[in-house]
Design a protein around this ligand. Structure first.
Ligand code: KIV
Length: 274
């Protein structure tokens, strides 16, 4: 595969240009410098340091335990790996709900300490005043509606949203409110294809879908899902482009057996006196 050498750092203006030109926006999660570097070099436009890091990196069963410090730690690692893509930090559970001032301080840390280009936060029109405050402080924001993984405990699981007229109308209102508050893009997670299409036509900012069909302005996936890192599980919205979990298992197993059988290291991997 060709490695694209795009040194020019993307800004919000580039994302807006792609949107105007109807060029699909490619977004992907990453949590460390090396993976982010690879995603960056193949031309991913937006790298989200998702709070999915709870499951992909930290072994939690959902995103609730992820802390601001953990998110900042991973976001700064990603920033160090990236030259081109826009890097977005994901505001973890309770880092943007307690008070408006605390939200500004927390969001600001993603830009000031981690070097991110913006933040994402979950929630519909109830979050519009928060988005407005951040945008007024010069902090670019991506909204996130549909399935809100940080509400997994309250909702008792993950459920496709907007399947009836009432929910669909509320999601349209959410999208408009976040746009009007200044969000520069919207993640649409787990929505019927036609509703995601309707929202995409309703707003004048890019929609980035995950489990929301083909009509969004762009797509985002959790890197570990498309890599096939979880060996026995694949969410419906993801496609396995590889089976890395199985591949890594076989490499680690071969290494283990070669060490045990004294096949590795050979002379080639050893140092000798001159
Ligand atoms: O945390 C995450 O990775 C996300 C994406 C699924 C959009 O929020």
């Amino acid at each position: 595969m060709e490695i694209i050498s795009k040194i020019q750092k993307l800004t919000l203006r580039h994302i807006q240009k792609f949107y105007r030109e109807e060029k699909k926006i490619v977004a992907l999660t990453a949590y460390d410098a090396l993976m982010a570097k690879i995603a960056d070099e193949v031309g991913v436009d937006i790298i989200l340091v998702g709070d999915s890091l709870g499951m992909t990196m930290l072994g939690y069963k959902n995103t609730i335990p992820v802390t601001l410090e953990q998110s900042l730690h991973h976001t700064s690692a990603v920033v160090r790996g990236v030259k081109h893509a826009l890097v977005i930090g994901d505001m973890p559970f309770l880092s943007f709900q307690i008070s408006s001032d605390e939200t500004v301080r927390n969001a600001g840390r993603f830009l000031q300490e981690a070097g991110a280009d913006g933040v994402k936060l979950e929630g519909g029109k109830i979050m519009a005043p928060t988005v407005l405050r951040l945008v007024n402080c010069g902090i670019p924001v991506i909204g996130h509606i549909g399935i809100l993984p940080q509400r997994v405990i309250a909702e008792g699981g993950y459920r496709v949203q907007g399947k009836n007229d009432e929910e669909a109308a509320a999601l349209c209102e959410d999208a408009k409110a976040l746009q009007d508050a200044g969000a520069f893009a919207l993640i649409l997670e787990g929505l019927p294809v036609n509703l995601a299409k309707k929202i995409t036509q309703l707003v004048t900012i890019p929609t980035i879908g995950i489990g929301a069909g083909i009509h969004c302005s762009g797509q985002i996936q959790v890197a570990h899902d498309i890599l096939g890192m979880f060996e026995d599980w694949k969410p419906k919205h993801a496609k396995h482009y590889g089976q890395l979990g199985k591949k890594i298992r076989s490499i680690f197993s071969e290494y283990t057996s070669e060490v045990q059988q004294q096949i590795f290291p050979t002379d080639d991997h050893s140092f000798h006196k001159l």
